[in-house]
Design a protein around this ligand. Structure first.
Ligand code: BJ8
Length: 431
C-alpha cells in the first residue's frame, strides 16, 4: 500500500494487529497465486492495484463520499438492486467474505455446520477486520437461504441495528413476483428515507444505464473467454468479477472495456494464456467471494483453464440486462424487479432455469468438463448438484462435484481429485 492508513483504520475501530497480519497473508497469497501467473494481460495491472488498495485507497474514497453526504450500502446478494442504490447517489459495496477469518469468534454465535461464507462475514466483523462493514450506513440482507436469513438477525445486533432485510420469495410464481415488486419499492423508500434524497425518473434512468454498462463489460469479458486459446486466465476473470462488487462502477466498466480491447487484440493474434486444446472447464455453484481463489488456483495450477463461472460472482451477476425502456419511475421499478427475478439461485424452487443457464454457458464456452462447487453446508447448492450432474450427463460433459470450505486443509485432496478428473478428460496441457 502506498500510504500509511493506520489512523483511518483505527478511527474505524479495526483491530490493527490482527489486520496487519491479515494483509500480510493476503499479499503473500496474491503474489503466489496471481502475480506468479505467466503471460497476463497488461490490463490486469489496474485490478492488481485495486486489490493492493482494497482496504486502503478504496476505503478512503468511500469515507470521502460519506463526507459529501452519500450513503454507503453494504450488500450480500445479487438480488439487491444496485440501480436503486445509485439512484439515491449511494455507494453499493459487496460485503461477502471469502477467507477463513474470525471463525472461532463466529462459532460462538452460529453452529459449526454453517457455511463458510456466513461464518466469514460474521467472523470479519467480530474480529474487527472489515473496514467496509464499519463504513456502511445500511447493510442489506435478504431472505434467501435459511443460514443467511437467521444470521442477519444476529448481525443486526452486532452492527447496532444497521441491517435491513429484503424478502426474496422462494418461488417465481405470479404471487412471488408481485411480493418481490413490492419489496423493490419498499427498498426504494427505505433508501430515500436514509439518504434524504428523492429518486427522480432521470436519476433512475442514469443509474440503470451505469449498471447495465457494467453488465455489458462483464458480458464482453465472458464472451472473449469462449475463444481457444483463452486470452485470459480463469483466475484473472474471477478476480474481475469479485472486484465488480467493490469498485466505482463507471471506472470499473471503463477498465474492463480497456482490458477487453487488449484481449480482442490477443485473440486476433492467437495469443492465449494456455495452449490451444487445453482442457476447458466451467465452474458452477455457490458464490466465490474475495479472496476465495482456491478452486481456480488448483485447476489452473493443474494445467487446465477455467473459461466460465455459473456463479453469483460471475454469470448470475451480469447475464441479464435491465430493460431500460421505461417511461415512469413506477415502470422502472417493475422492470428492475423483473430483471432481478431472472437470476436463478438455488434458493428458489423449482429452479430449472438454472439448468438451462448451465447448458447455454457450457455450449458458449465450449466446456470439456463441469465442476460443481458448493461451499460445505450450503444445502441449496449441494442438493441442486444432483440435477446439474444429470444435465452434464445428458450433454455428455464429464462432471465433478466438490464441496469445500475456506480452509487450506483439503488442498492436497482436492488437487488429487481435480488432477484425476483432468486426466479423464484426456486433453492437452497448457504448459
Ligand atoms: S443469489 S447464491 S448471492 S443467496 S453459500 S449463504 S446460499 S448456505 S450466498 Fe447467494 Fe444471493 Fe443466492 Fe447468489 Fe446460503 Fe449457500 Fe452460504 Fe450462500
Amino acid at each position: 500500500m502506498a500510504k500509511d492508513y493506520t489512523k483511518m483504520w483505527s478511527d474505524l475501530e479495526i483491530n490493527l494487529e490482527a489486520h496487519n497480519g491479515l494483509l500480510g497473508v493476503l499479499t503473500d497469497a496474491y503474489t503466489n497465486i496471481y502475480i506468479s501467473q505467466k503471460n497476463r494481460p497488461e490490463g490486469m495491472k489496474y485490478f492488481d492495484f485495486v486489490i493492493s488498495e482494497v482496504h486502503g485507497l478504496r476505503i478512503e474514497e468511500i469515507l470521502e463520499a460519506k463526507k459529501q453526504g452519500r450513503k454507503i450500502i453494504g450488500t450480500f446478494c445479487v438480488y439487491v438492486p444496485e440501480e436503486i442504490i445509485l439512484a439515491v447517489e449511494g455507494l453499493c459495496i459487496g460485503l461477502c467474505a471469502g477467507a477463513d477469518v474470525g471463525t472461532d469468534e463466529a462459532e460462538k454465535y452460529i453452529p459449526k455446520n454453517t457455511c463458510a461464507l456466513i461464518k466469514a462475514f460474521m467472523g470479519f466483523k467480530l474480529a474487527g477486520l472489515c473496514p467496509y462493514v464499519q463504513t456502511a450506513d445500511l447493510i442489506v440482507g435478504e431472505t434467501t437461504c435459511d443460514g443467511k436469513k437467521k444470521a442477519y438477525e444476529l448481525f443486526n445486533e452486532m452492527t447496532n441495528g444497521k441491517v435491513y432485510v429484503m424478502e426474496v420469495p422462494n418461488k417465481k410464481t405470479e404471487d412471488g413476483k408481485s411480493l418481490w415488486r413490492n419489496e423493490v419499492k419498499r427498498f426504494a423508500s427505505k433508501l430515500e428515507d436514509i439518504s434524504g434524497k428523492r429518486i427522480t425518473f432521470e436519476k433512475l434512468k442514469e443509474a440503470s444505464k451505469i449498471v447495465n454498462e457494467k453488465r455489458k463489460s462483464l458480458q464482453r469479458l465472458a464472451s472473449l473467454r469462449s475463444v481457444d486459446p483463452a486470452p485470459i486466465s480463469g483466475l484473472d476473470a474471477l478476480l474481475i468479477n469479485q472486484i465488480a462488487f467493490y469498485d466505482d462502477p463507471v471506472r470499473f466498466t471503463a477498465k474492463v472495456n480497456e482490458l477487453c480491447d487488449e484481449l480482442e487484440e490477443r485473440v486476433e493474434k492467437g495469443i492465449g494464456v494456455s495452449k490451444k486444446g487445453s482442457a476447458r472447464l466451467l465452474i458452477s455453484g455457490s458464490p466465490m467471494a474475495i479472496p476465495n481463489w482456491k478452486l481456480h488456483a488448483i485447476v489452473e495450477g493443474s494445467n487446465a483453464i477455467i473459461v466460465g463461472e455459473e456463479l453469483c460472482v460471475g454469470e448470475r451477476n451480469f447475464a441479464t440486462l435491465l430493460d431500460e425502456n421505461f417511461s415512469t419511475i413506477e415502470e422502472g421499478y417493475q422492470k428492475i424487479a423483473d430483471r432481478y427475478m431472472t437470476i436463478n439461485c438455488a434458493c428458489f424452487t423449482p429452479n430449472d432455469e438454472r439448468l438451462n443457464d448451465i447448458v447455454r454457458i457450457a455450449k458458449r464456452v465450449k466446456a470439456d468438463g463441469i465442476i460443481h462447487y458448493a461451499i460445505q453446508f450450503c444445502t441449496p447448492y449441494m442438493i441442486e448438484a444432483t440435477k446439474i450432474k444429470k444435465v452434464a450427463q445428458e450433454m455428455n460433459i464429464p462432471f465433478l462435484r466438490i464441496e469445500t470450505d475456506y480452509s487450506m486443509e483439503d488442498m492436497g485432496q482436492l488437487k488429487t481429485r481435480v488432477e484425476a478428473f483432468l486426466e479423464m478428460l484426456g486433453k492437452g496441457s497448457n504448459v
